[in-house]
Design a binder for this molecule. Structure first.
Ligand code: GCB
Length: 648
């Protein structure tokens, strides 16, 4: 069936607007962990996959593909989960596909999960980009807007209807972006038939990374008892040697339940306990959570075991056990400093992307562990989750290794005035709700970033960011809030509301290309201007230059490794003057090369990485490594054995 182009785009937009109806957040979103009362079954591996290539991308709905096996609706291919689908095949139309794609997998649910009426079975998707609808055995169970946060649905009663059948899970995912999605985008139809084929359209995006799509994080089934621990909130503090863990446990499924909360140290010894749903646990001789390189024992985590009992009958009870890692630390901001545990903390870190060859944005353990090894090798103590929330598995690694995180929401590319309207704002507020709900208990997360480089000089930005930042602070009063700006200090409408000014600048790259000599003047002026006006500490949240590995020129020229080195060093000289005053951090753009849309200024992606996309060092990695270890020795409190690695 052929549909006129403009109708097809309306159809895609209509689907998004209908599905985009926002419901208030329902319940907690605790990371699924196994315990004596909970089981987890991963559904990663190969799923059946079919892209809906019909002109209006709507055949799957018109023909109800979810009602039977996907393979019965037409040709399917094998698709790995988790992974972006874009780079898996040799088909350019799938790489650049826009619209609905369909995933399906059959799974046997363990018989005991089905037969035990006291067991809840939940289907969880770690993330899928961008809009998802989920069916189980042909019945819709949930839908979710947004590409980087988890969603789930209880499917207990559904799977009990016919216990002999395997359970068929169908997930439709649409990567179409509109002016009201986060990030925003637009679909543009090219109707000039002398220049473009019938139905030709493009997706315009206002951000600099490839819009990878598909099921990006693990899909799993997990169980809880009918009465269960739904959420836990912890806030930590300390006085002298005593740690304070304020907590609140919410239980669902029963009006009354008894609780036992036990805080254990790393050796499993109980250090504090309680039997009330909320309270404050006191930990004597507390071991604080410290950032990597700031202390000899970074990333110390206690375990908070929440054990809940609720009566089923006179003779039996539901028992649920959930164990949450807890790091005890504080975060504070003054006019000139960022304090962790009341000690000045200097961010010497990186900006990252979830991005790699073949997998795109799909979670990959080998890559995650390699990246952590590189971060530690580099002597970096922090990163920003540019430009969207990263997998919870990554934040858990940060907690354990003491890597400090600026946790960013997908508010990137808000450039069009129509993206500052009410429906954009209300969606943005919901995304912050979801982000804070998911990440609130991570000690590694020290600050929220609500956006990257929005058009913050536009008049509606004032109301937009005032509301957004106020809302985020109401959700979590323990962490500072920022957004990342590249606008003019005098015209930036949101800066009065942030706790820390985070500035991106690309002197001698996008401005005055090739003129390294402007950096000292322009960077110095940048800092003086922002600090002079707002009297808030500043992080250089991005700076850098593209470099093609193996391309050399001396004197340095743009795109060579020498130019990237020279640019970094000029920035570092200014940082070294200002960090004694009010500059509290520097985050290189970028940790590794990453894929972007095809464009005349991108040679198979953005090459500002200090590592290649395959995680091999460019010359700049060694410059940065030397600097970061020197900074760590100066600003951290390292024991002698961690002083410079001997090779530096
Ligand atoms: C920026 C953006 C980042 C880009 C980078 C660049 O300011 O925040 O997403 O990738 O510049 O390399 O252009």
């Amino acid at each position: 069936m052929s549909v006129p182009g403009s109708f097809a785009v309306l159809r895609v937009l209509w689907l998004l607007s209908v599905f985009g109806t926002v419901l208030p957040l329902d319940g907690g979103m605790l990371f699924p962990r196994e315990s004596s009362s909970r089981e987890v079954k991963e559904l990663n591996g190969l799923w059946d996959f079919r892209a809906d290539g019909s002109p209006n991308r709507n055949e799957g709905f018109e023909k109800a593909w979810y009602k039977r096996r996907l393979a019965e609706t037409g040709p399917v291919i094998e698709m790995p989960v988790p992974a972006s689908y874009n780079d898996i095949t040799q088909d350019p139309t799938l790489r650049d596909f826009i619209g609905w794609v369909w995933y399906e997998r059959e799974v046997f649910v363990p018989a005991r999960w089905i037969s035990d009426e006291g067991t809840r079975v939940i289907l969880r998707v770690g993330s899928a980009h961008y809009y998802s609808i989920v069916w189980v055995n042909g019945e819709k169970v949930t839908e979710h807007e947004g590409g980087h946060l988890p969603f789930e649905a209880e499917i207990s009663s559904l799977i009990r209807r016919d216990p002999t059948k395997p359970c068929r899970i169908t997930i439709a995912v649409n990567n179409t972006l509109t002016l009201e999605t986060l990030p925003p985008g637009t679909i543009q139809y090219m109707n000039d038939r002398t220049r473009y084929p019938d139905g030709f359209f493009v997706q315009n995006i206002y951000f600099d990374f490839f819009n990878y799509a598909g099921i990006h994080r693990p899909v799993l089934l997990y169980t809880t008892p009918k009465v269960y621990v739904d959420d836990i909130i912890v806030e930590t503090n300390f006085m002298d040697d005593t740690g304070l863990v304020r907590y609140k446990v919410s239980v669902q499924g029963a009006a009354t339940a008894t609780l036992k909360v036990t805080l254990m140290d790393k050796d499993g010894h109980c250090v504090a306990s309680s039997n009330t749903p909320s309270g404050v646990l006191k930990v004597v001789d507390v071991k604080l959570w410290w950032p990597y390189l700031m202390h000899e024992n970074p990333g110390y985590l206690y375990s908070m075991e929440v054990r809940q009992h609720a009566p089923v009958s006179e003779t039996s009870t539901y028992e649920d056990v959930y164990t949450l890692p807890v790091g005890i630390r504080t975060v504070n901001v003054t006019k000139t400093q960022f304090l962790v545990n009341n000690k000045p903390f200097y961010f010497h870190g990186v900006n990252k992307h979830e991005d790699s060859d073949i997998r795109g944005k799909g979670l990959d353990w080998a890559l995650i562990v390699k990246d952590f090894n590189l971060i530690k090798w580099l002597g970096a103590n922090s990163f920003r989750t540019s430009h969207y929330p990263y997998a919870e598995e990554i934040l858990q690694m940060c907690d354990r290794h003491g890597i400090v995180v600026i946790d960013e929401c997908p508010g990137v590319g808000i450039k069009d005035i129509r993206s500052f309207g009410n429906s954009s704002l209300s969606h943005h507020l919901v995304v912050m709700d979801e982000l804070v709900r998911r990440d609130k208990n991570h000690p590694s997360v020290v600050m929220w970033s609500v956006a990257n480089e929005p058009a913050s000089e536009m008049p509606p930005a004032e109301f937009y960011f005032k509301t957004l930042i106020k809302h985020t602070k109401a959700l979590d009063h323990t962490r500072p809030v920022t957004y990342i700006t590249d606008s003019n200090y005098a015209r930036d409408k949101g800066a009065p509301f942030v706790d820390v000014v985070c500035v991106n600048s690309y002197f001698s790259w996008y401005h005055d290309p090739g003129h390294l000599e402007v950096i000292p003047i322009q960077l110095n002026a940048q800092f003086e201007n922002w600090y002079g006006k707002y009297k808030k500490p500043i992080i250089q949240s991005e700076y850098g230059a593209d470099a093609l590995p193996g391309l050399h020129m001396d004197p340095p020229m743009m795109f060579t490794e020498e130019y990237q080195n020279a640019l970094l060093q000029s920035y570092h000289d200014v940082f070294d003057q200002k960090r004694k005053q009010y500059v509290i951090g520097e985050l290189i753009w970028n940790f590794a090369d990453f894929m972007t849309a095809q464009a005349i200024h991108r040679v198979v992606g953005n090459k500002k990485g200090i590592f290649t996309r395959q995680r091999q060092p460019k010359a700049a990695a060694f410059i940065l490594r030397k600097r970061y270890w020197r900074l760590a020795n100066e600003t951290g409190r390292l024991p002698p054995w961690t002083k410079y690695p001997c090779s530096l």
